[in-house]
Design a protein around this ligand. Structure first.
Ligand SMILES: [Zn+2]
Length: 79
């Protein structure tokens, strides 16, 4: 194994750790403001408090802008 392989392996582990943490943590809801948003599925986040569904990133709620998130939620509701 070369030095580069070792380094990329460590990077992957670090990234996997981060993903695990993000997956199990709660995020603040943009609708009610409570920190009750949990990942409900691929790119869908659900607020356990008000029931709002937010389309965000697969592993994090952060989106380029709130407007985009709102639009995605509207599209999600239509399905
Ligand atoms: Zn909420």
């Amino acid at each position: 194994m070369s030095n580069r392989d070792v380094r990329s392996g460590a990077e992957l582990r670090k990234r996997a750790d981060k993903v695990q943490r993000v997956k199990s943590s709660l995020f603040a809801c943009p609708k009610c403001g409570k920190k009750k948003v949990k990942r409900g599925g691929n790119s869908i986040w659900e607020c356990k408090s008000c029931g709002a569904r937010i389309a965000g990133g697969t592993y994090s709620l952060s989106t380029p802008s709130g407007e985009v998130a709102t639009r995605l939620v509207e599209e999600y509701k239509k399905r």
